[in-house]
Each structure stands twice: as C-alpha cells, then as structure tokens.
Write a protein that binds this ligand. Structure first.
Ligand code: ZN
Ligand code: ZN
Length: 323
C-alpha cells in the first residue's frame, strides 16, 4: 500500500495549486495534497512530531521508485488542514469557530490524524457551541469515538435546565436511547454525589471570610478567635474554632440557593450564579453595618472561586459510562 492510498482518495478535483506561506516552502520534503487539490509543502520531521499517525505513515515501506515528494492524498479540504497545521506552528493565531458545523470537520480530522496536542485548543474554541447544545456535541463525539469531547459535552449537559428546549440536530437523531440514558444516569449521579459531599463543599478552610467572622452577623463563642481579631483579608494563621460559630444570615440564604440550584443543575456554574451572589451581597449591605457592609462583595468574589473549584473537583469524581 502506498502513502497515497492510505491517506485517502482524490478524484475529479480542481487543478492543483500551492498553499500559501509558510506551506509553500520548496525545500520541504513532503507534500500533502488536500481533497480540493491544494498542495501543502511541509517537513517530514514536523509532521512526525505532530502525531503518531504521520509517524506510522512514514514508517510504511514505499513502492520502488516512489520519492518522498510524491503528494500524499488527504481526504480533508485545505481549510481544515491549514487550521490544523497552523495550530502546530509557533505563535498560532487564536482559534475561533463560527458555529458547531464549522468546528465539526476540524475536530473529526484532528481526531483521525491523532493530533492530541491541539485537542485542548480545539475544545476551548468549540466550547461556546457545546454549551449551546451539549446533546448535539455528545452525539457527535460519541459517533466519532472522541472520549474527551464526550466527557466535556456531558459536563456541559449538567447545566441544561429545560430539556425540551434542546435544539434538534442530526446528531440528536443518531443518539441511541441507551447513550442518552447513560447521560441522565451521570447527571443524577452528580446530583446525589454533590448532596452527599455537601459538608465538603462548605468546609471552612479559613474563617477570615466575613460571612464567618463578622462580629455583627455571627454570634461567636467566647473562645473564638474572631472575637479578638477581625482580619480584613483571609490569612492562613486563623483559629479554626470559628468554623463552629455559624455563618451570617445573608450567607445562609446564598447557601440555600446554591443547594437548591445544585439539586437541579449539578454544575459548578451554580456557585457563580450572579443572581445568587448579587442578592447575597445586597442583603449583607442592608443587614450589616459592620465588616460585611464593606467586605461582602470582595470576599464573595474570592470565596466563590474557592467553592467553584471544590464543586468542580467533586463533580470530577463522578464518572460517565461510555460504550
Ligand atoms: Zn467565631
Ligand atoms: Zn456582618
């Protein structure tokens, strides 16, 4: 089998033309010809470094008489190949897609060519469309055996509130009932696991946050460090006894909203719900003339970062079954 045969077929195409710089280097030792007949001149060492796919390709014995610059026929169009090659060049332009349909051929080609190094970049660029319709991305990724993308889509699916509002798509048509059921089981497992780990979410590592330390909002025990010292910024040198003094009422309201939110959409995004945070801070302003009045906003921004990471970690412990 020749390199040409392995890389794909190519018939009835426009006249061959050269790719633009830097893929027109005459000294390059390999030519990749795309499905729309554009020749990309690339160095073999560069391709080998990109993926095991090319490594294996070049390791194949070649027919007698063939030379290394015989074009390798690719089944991808030039737009897709150029995107993928450029991402491997130093200082690539930031990648953006205009839609999920725009991202699909690039994702599929990268998966086929085993370009694992750029996978995170591709996923990041696709994320807005995965968030928009996680079921579609789930179906697409399952069909192509892209495990990481399947898990990413499942994770975004946790945020879906209205299942009926998920837009229809070809990928949805192709999704098996069993695969959809596994997604629902995963979502339910996240809800249950978060409920079981509730104490872990709210475990207090540092009692200098004003929602725990405020002398006006929280009734502190006589031995509590907060009665003696109220730091405006959290430090690691605090007395953990304050963890048992309780929390400000305005913060309890936020905790209740988060618990309710996580029981419906088990995603760390609930922690950062701007409605919940704004309401809590407004309450703190209204109810407390002490430290919460001035510190609640800043502390909530920072404390919810911590909480967000904790919830992310807890959700990561739940595994989606993929078949
Ligand atoms: Zn205390
Ligand atoms: Zn207060």
């Amino acid at each position: 089998m020749s390199l040409q045969d392995l890389a794909g077929s190519n018939t009835g195409k426009p006249a061959v033309c050269a790719a633009s710089a830097p893929f027109d280097d005459a000294s390059a030792d390999t030519v990749l010809r795309t499905s729309d007949n554009v020749d990309f001149r690339v160095f073999r060492w560069f391709l080998k470094g990109m993926s095991p796919f090319f490594d294996d390709l070049f390791a194949l014995p070649q027919p007698p008489g063939s030379i290394s610059t015989d074009p390798i026929l690719m089944s991808e169009p030039s737009s897709v190949l150029e995107t993928l090659l450029r991402l491997h060049y130093p200082f690539p332009q930031p990648l953006t897609f205009s839609s999920f349909d725009d991202a699909k051929p690039v994702l599929a080609a990268a998966h086929k060519l085993q370009l694992t190094r750029i996978e995170p970049v591709l996923h990041r660029a696709t994320l807005p469309y995965i968030t928009e319709n996680p079921l579609r991305a789930y179906g697409f990724a399952l069909r192509h055996g892209m495990e990481d993308l399947v898990r990413l889509a499942a994770r975004e699916f946790l945020m879906v509130q209205d299942f009926a509002a998920v837009q229809d798509s070809d990928e949805l048509e192709g999704l098996s009932v069993a695969a959809y059921r596994r997604l629902l089981v995963y979502r339910q497992s996240c809800i249950v696991h978060l409920r079981q780990q509730d104490e872990c979410i709210w475990a207090v590592p540092n009692t200098s946050w004003t929602c725990y330390a405020c002398l006006s909002c929280v009734r502190h025990s006589t031995e509590c460090s907060s009665r003696r010292r109220l730091s405006s910024a959290p430090d690691s040198n605090v007395d953990f006894r304050c963890a048992y003094c309780g929390t400000a009422a305005w913060f309890q309201q936020y905790m209740r909203q988060v618990a309710q939110g996580l029981s419906v959409t088990p995603s760390a995004a609930v922690i950062k719900d701007s409605g919940f945070i704004t309401e809590a801070v407004a309450e703190a302003h209204k109810r407390c003339l002490g430290p919460c009045h001035t510190l609640a906003y800043e502390h909530m921004q920072r404390y919810t970062d911590e909480l967000h990471n904790r919830v992310e970690r807890i959700i990561s412990e739940v595994q989606l079954e993929i078949k």
